[in-house]
Design a protein around this ligand. Structure first.
Ligand SMILES: *[C@@H]1O[C@H](CO)[C@@H](O)[C@H](O)[C@H]1NC(C)=O
Ligand SMILES: *[C@@H]1O[C@H](CO)[C@@H](O)[C@H](O)[C@H]1NC(C)=O
Ligand SMILES: *[C@@H]1O[C@H](CO)[C@@H](O)[C@H](O)[C@H]1NC(C)=O
Ligand SMILES: *[C@@H]1O[C@H](CO)[C@@H](O)[C@H](O)[C@H]1NC(C)=O
Ligand SMILES: *[C@@H]1O[C@H](CO)[C@@H](O)[C@H](O)[C@H]1NC(C)=O
Ligand SMILES: *[C@@H]1O[C@H](CO)[C@@H](O)[C@H](O)[C@H]1NC(C)=O
Length: 666
């Protein structure tokens, strides 16, 4: 290569670089956008992806069907990205856009108040329809009719385009302005103008299914392994009333709920009715029951109450199926204190509780009658405007209890819920299952009557009193109750803001700036979810005993010698003793050697990895201008070749080279 060639290439590279920089500055990054990401199970993939370098298209705003028809059928440019509002965001419209080669991406722009969104659930009409009791070996039909009547199934499709969400006013007004200024009128004149365009980047590394993607991860680059996808999972939390080490009788009442939810858009999982209200009810029940039994002689108790919060339930019951798996192997909660399946005398689950007048229980076991009788008696005092009744539907709703029934069909168990034969939650597993959905407003100690706060306090009191009667073997109910101030404070933590009074009091050190509760289970390999950690600490706060130990090392040592959990709270300089502990919530599919990922027995959900996620807006030059740049480029290229050729030809004269010594000269 001649000196000149190198020179020419260098100048080219320099000018290219310079123009790239100018280009970069013309991009506007739209903040506060959440992507739909890709997840996989053992046999297929679900969700969205963009091309590796991002999808680019001219911005189009579609407020109604005719707007959409125009872009699909009459628009002059080759590729578009479409901004749509809520009323257009449904399965049918998305499918039309997905199947058009013109549409490069979709941005859902929330332009109305969250409170005004009509029903929206991207989940299946029968959530977890292939797992729990429906999984082998039981294979029961749990979906004779839909539970989640508003389910559109958008989350269970494979989309070929990126789909983003934003409710950021600033981003939405930037998009609106840019569209109105540059992209209107909508006609063939678009080809001759500079147009506002969006670039959406959400490239997902995972593909095909969990099995393929994990094999690729393990195989491909063993020197420097790349995780194309990772198993979903986290930790389940449990806490017995009687410390396990002191309890040999083995007759357990399990009181359980889930502490996870999901949604179509990453990072936006408020899970208020899917998880928060029931979790708060469980935590307050634990608080009161601990208070009632704190000074009692626990060794007299025939029964023990075990509180459990499962996670990963949205993805084929990850948490509960793992506990059941561990239980069958004699490993739950751990080998030394193993509980067996016959030790569970009663299983009670709290699911989608909120303040309506009907509290239903779902059960197929006649053995729960005496418990229900006692509960109803107590409810008359503390849940005065609520009617407790058996569900009219005989099949078991989607719930963690299915995992236990799959192990033991005779399990005396029931699920308490605020729905009868189908969910009342119109926003199940969506970004709108938030405080507006449950009509919650933090009232800092002055919650009104008939409010959610009063209901949750009443439920927790009723349940705790009923459990206390069973433990203490007496029928005179205790006087302590959960106040609606307490439930208001705790609901505030789980529905509104992690930066709340109770979490501060619990002594946990939480430094993240993110204060919105996020109930998504996420992948197992990272740290424990903030919400799981906070839940563990709030339980320790509710069910812990202060010790006199004033030093961290002694606190740790004490744990090893007494076999009871001790945590050190550095802020309070306090060592707290409690029974709260956690177990792995990673699906057995990832624990069992050579598990057949297609068998459907256990959850095989993984989440794809990604590198960059962004939505950027920029001005796309007109077609004429693009042609001009292209043609100029070609002309320059031809000219530079011609010049190089000419210079090479005449180099001798031009540069006065000395006569070269070549082999033939010698
Ligand atoms: C994966 O999901 C699909 C659709 O929901 C289902 O048909 C299939 O059985 C699932 N596969 C496994 C292994 O769970
Ligand atoms: C659809 O919305 C556009 C504005 O985006 C409006 O001009 C048009 O009249 C609407 N069409 C119908 C049928 O409502
Ligand atoms: C979206 O398009 C891809 C490829 O064209 C297709 O495989 C996929 O099934 C489509 N998704 C839906 C929900 O129609
Ligand atoms: C709640 O009330 C207390 C005192 O009544 C006050 O100190 C605190 O700032 C209030 N919190 C909020 C979030 O309003
Ligand atoms: C439930 O509580 C909310 C306030 O938290 C209230 O606005 C609503 O009316 C209550 N619903 C019923 C059925 O009482
Ligand atoms: C907590 O669980 C771990 C195993 O996960 C176990 O080794 C430990 O003993 C448990 N602690 C108590 C106090 O139960």
């Amino acid at each position: 290569m001649s000196v000149l060639h190198v020179l020419v290439i260098c100048t080219f590279a320099l000018t290219c670089n310079a123009s790239l920089n100018v280009h970069d500055r013309m991009y506007v990054l739209l903040k506060a956008t959440s992507p739909c990401v890709l997840r996989l199970n053992g046999t297929r993939s679900f969700g969205c992806t963009s091309s590796r370098s991002g999808n680019v298209g001219v911005l189009h705003l579609a407020h109604n069907a005719s707007d959409l028809d125009w872009v699909l059928n009459a628009s002059p440019m080759d590729s578009y990205t479409v901004g749509i509002t809520f009323s257009m965001f449904n399965l049918e419209t998305l499918k039309r856009m997905n199947s058009s080669s013109k549409i490069q991406g979709v941005l859902l722009m929330q332009n109305i108040s969250r409170a005004d969104v009509p029903e929206f659930s991207p989940e299946d009409t029968c959530p977890n329809r292939y797992s729990g009791l429906a999984a082998p070996p039981t294979r029961q039909n749990t979906c004779d009719q839909p539970w989640n009547v508003n389910g559109s199934g958008i989350m269970l499709q494979n989309w070929n385009i990126p789909i983003f969400f934003t409710d950021d006013k600033d981003a939405i007004s930037k998009i609106d302005d840019c569209f109105h200024k540059f992209n209107l009128p909508l006609d063939d004149s678009q080809t001759s103008r500079s147009l506002c365009a969006l670039e959406m980047t959400a490239h997902m590394y995972g593909s095909v299914d969990s099995r393929t993607c994990i094999r690729r991860s393990n195989l491909a680059f063993s020197m420097n392994p790349i995780q194309f996808c990772q198993a979903l999972g986290d930790e389940n939390i449990y806490a017995p009333i009687v410390p396990l080490a002191n309890y040999k009788r083995k007759s357990y009442i399990v009181v359980a709920t889930r502490m996870d939810a999901t949604s179509l858009f990453y990072g936006q999982t408020p899970g208020a009715l899917a998880a928060a209200t029931s979790l708060v009810s469980l935590l307050l029940t634990a608080k009161l029951l601990f208070q009632l039994t704190n000074n009692a002689d626990l060794s007299k108790y025939e029964n023990n109450v075990l509180f459990v919060a499962f996670t990963g339930e949205a993805y084929d019951y990850i948490g509960s199926s793992r506990i059941v798996y561990d239980l069958k192997r004699g490993q739950f909660p751990f080998k030394e204190q193993a509980i067996s399946k016959d030790d569970i005398k009663l299983y009670i689950e709290l699911s989608q509780l909120f303040n309506v007048s009907e509290l239903n229980y779902h059960t197929s076991s006649p053995e729960v009658q005496s418990f229900v009788g006692n509960f109803t008696r107590n409810a008359k005092k503390h849940l005065t405007s609520v009617n407790v009744s058996k569900s009219t539907r005989s099949s078991v709703p989607p719930s963690s209890m299915q995992s236990f029934l799959a192990m033991n069909s005779k399990l005396p168990g029931l699920v308490f819920s605020s729905y009868d034969d189908h969910f009342h939650n119109k926003y199940y597993h969506s970004i709108y299952d938030d405080k507006f959905n449950i009509k919650y407003t933090f009232s800092n100690g002055s919650a009104p009557t008939n409010s959610l706060q009063e209901y949750v306090a009443g439920f927790a009191t009723t349940l705790a009193h009923t459990l206390y009667e069973m433990l203490a073997n007496q029928t005179t109910p205790p006087t302590d109750v959960i106040s609606k101030e307490e439930s208001d404070q705790l609901l505030n933590c789980y529905v509104d803001s992690l930066d709340c009074e109770y979490f501060k009091q619990s002594g946990v050190i939480y430094t993240s700036r993110e204060t919105k509760p996020n109930f998504y289970v996420s992948v197992a390999t990272y740290d424990v979810n903030p919400l799981t950690t906070l839940t563990k600490y709030i339980l320790i706060y509710f069910m812990g005993k202060n010790t006199t130990i004033a030093d961290e090392q002694q606190c740790i040592d004490r744990m090893q010698t007494t076999f009871t959990n001790h945590v050190w709270l550095p802020d309070k300089k306090l060592c707290i003793e409690s029974t709260v502990n956690s177990t792995s919530a990673v699906s057995p599919a990832f624990v069992i050697d050579n598990y057949d990922m297609t068998s459907g027995q256990y959850s095989t959900w993984t989440e794809s990895s990604w590198e960059a996620i962004s939505v950027r807006m920029f001005m796309k030059p007109s077609r004429g201008y693009e042609w001009l740049v292209f043609v100029t480029g070609i002309l320059i290229l031809i000219a530079s070749f011609a010049i190089t050729f000419w210079i090479n030809r005449n180099a001798k004269q031009l540069f006065n080279y000395p006569n070269l010594i070549t082999a033939s000269n010698i």
